[in-house]
Design a protein around this ligand. Structure first.
Ligand SMILES: CC(C)(COP(=O)(O)OP(=O)(O)OC[C@H]1O[C@@H](n2cnc3c(N)ncnc32)[C@H](O)[C@@H]1OP(=O)(O)O)[C@@H](O)C(=O)NCCC(=O)NCCS
Length: 417
């Protein structure tokens, strides 16, 4: 921990709620835990106030406040983060956060292992995170979190293990957290010894949360960038929100066309808005001149909304760049661009299309998974700005492909290579 004074950590992502008050050097002064069921709204603030009173720390003296960003109980995460924001605002304290999965992974103290923290997501499902611990116990994110049944989580775990590489010296596997306690039998049946030693089976810990939230590991460790405003990580979006989004995206046509030289200044400007390591204009000019380039722009209502740069040929393909302007996201633009690319790859009988994606880029990984891309490898420390790994994902035309939802009347192609 790197405390600059007393702090408060609020762990409320499950029904087992914990609050911790720490002293100026990070030493635990008071820790209270309670099984609140669905009573987060009612119980959280009184528990925090009681812990502060018992520790003799005035709320306005707090230097930092940490909250669990989820995934977990929707209500628990929302109430926890809102309460933490209120305490931080009143005290002028630093607000920090960590996901429930990252807090578990960092606290597990595993070595040479794929660490898969599991948190219950309703009665049947689990939230799962994927982290690798090296020989010294340093923890790095491997892939975006998933939600699903235990069978789906086991399949995703097999994919993450494959991406890490099998063979001599390949990492062990450790399931940790309250979800691992619930599904211990099934996990052990699939991988004997994978839940041993049992870790945080009783519930999440406010101390783990504080340590993860105050560490400076950032995206490489699966944590928010230092000093980024903490935002909840839900993993699964609300059904009502999805219905509204899908209706809106079906309402207007997406037109795809060739990427022209005249699009380059706009694309380079979009790069600067969207990426921490943007492509300059010269990269686009170079790509457009390539014989194997497949470069497309998406328009909606006459406005440019996204672009894709790929290489296709010699039985193989590579997706080099894909971006959608922030105002046009979650309306099927990337889906239309990818459908168009993979149709072209099939037409050219490309056996595979590969790509690299930041391990912390959860949105892009979800998109690629929806099209049947699978984890194929890891390039360690590939991104210099954050030190995080690149995940290699691969589509093979023969892969059992999830059929992505059709984008309404969208996805028509105007002009082709
Ligand atoms: C990733 C990105 C291209 C997605 O573009 P988009 O037009 O918003 O994506 P779509 O609306 O076509 O989404 C298609 C599917 O992808 C997945 N997806 C897209 N964004 C997601 C998000 N933020 N969270 C979870 N899933 C997401 C969903 O499965 C979605 O289907 P649904 O809407 O039916 O749930 C866009 O967020 C972006 O430009 N990000 C910054 C640049 C970037 O990361 N590029 C990829 C580099 S490898």
């Amino acid at each position: 921990m790197h405390p600059a004074g007393p702090g408060l950590a609020i762990e409320s992502a499950t029904a087992h709620v914990e609050v911790l008050v720490a002293g100026a050097a990070g030493e635990p002064l008071q820790q209270l835990a309670e099984e609140v069921g669905h009573g987060h709204t009612r119980r959280l603030a009184p528990l925090a106030m009681e812990a502060l009173a018992r520790a003799g720390v005035a709320p306005r003296a707090l230097a930092w406040v940490a909250a669990d960003l989820g995934p977990g109980s929707f209500t628990g995460v929302r109430v926890g983060l809102a309460s933490a924001e209120a305490f931080a605002l009143a005290a002028g304290a630093r607000l920090a956060g960590a996901s429930s999965l990252a807090a578990l992974a960092h606290a597990a103290r595993a070595k040479r292992a794929l660490v898969v923290p599991l948190v219950p997501a309703g009665r049947r499902d689990l939230y799962a995170g994927f982290f690798r611990a090296d020989a010294r116990g340093a923890v790095c994110l491997v892939a975006a979190p998933r939600v699903g049944t235990v069978a789906e989580v086991l399949a995703a775990t097999a994919g993450a293990l494959a991406a890490l590489g099998r063979g001599p010296g390949s990492p062990g596997l450790r399931f940790v957290g309250p979800g691992a306690a619930r599904e211990q039998e099934a996990l052990e049946a699939a991988w004997r010894g994978s839940t041993s030693p049992a870790f945080r089976f009783a519930g999440l810990s406010a101390l783990d949360l504080a340590e993860a939230a105050l560490s400076l590991r950032g995206p490489a460790g699966g944590l928010p960038a230092p000093h980024a405003a903490p935002r909840p990580l839900y993993v699964r979006s609300a059904q009502a929100e999805e219905r509204v989004r899908h209706r809106a995206s079906a309402a207007e046509e997406i037109v795809l066309r060739d990427f022209a030289l005249a699009d380059i200044p706009w694309a380079a400007e979009t790069e600067r808005r969207v990426f921490s390591d943007p492509w300059p204009e010269s990269f686009f000019r170079g790509e457009l001149a390539q014989a194997m380039a497949w470069t497309r722009v998406a328009e909606r209502g006459g406005q440019r909304t996204g672009y894709l740069v790929a290489w296709l040929g010699a039985g193989t393909g590579h997706l080099g760049n894909l971006a959608v302007v922030p105002e046009a996201r979650r309306r099927g633009v990337a889906r239309a661009l990818l459908e168009d690319l993979l149709a072209r790859a099939r037409a050219l009988e490309a056996a595979q299309v590969t790509l690299e994606v930041r391990v912390s880029n959860f949105a892009a990984q979800a998109l690629y998974r929806a099209f049947g891309f699978r984890l194929a490898g890891l390039r360690r420390g590939y991104y210099r700005d954050t030190g995080e790994d690149a995940l290699i994902m691969e589509w093979t035309g023969s892969a059992a492909e999830a059929t992505p939802r059709a984008a309404g009347p969208a996805g028509q192609t105007a002009g082709s290579h």
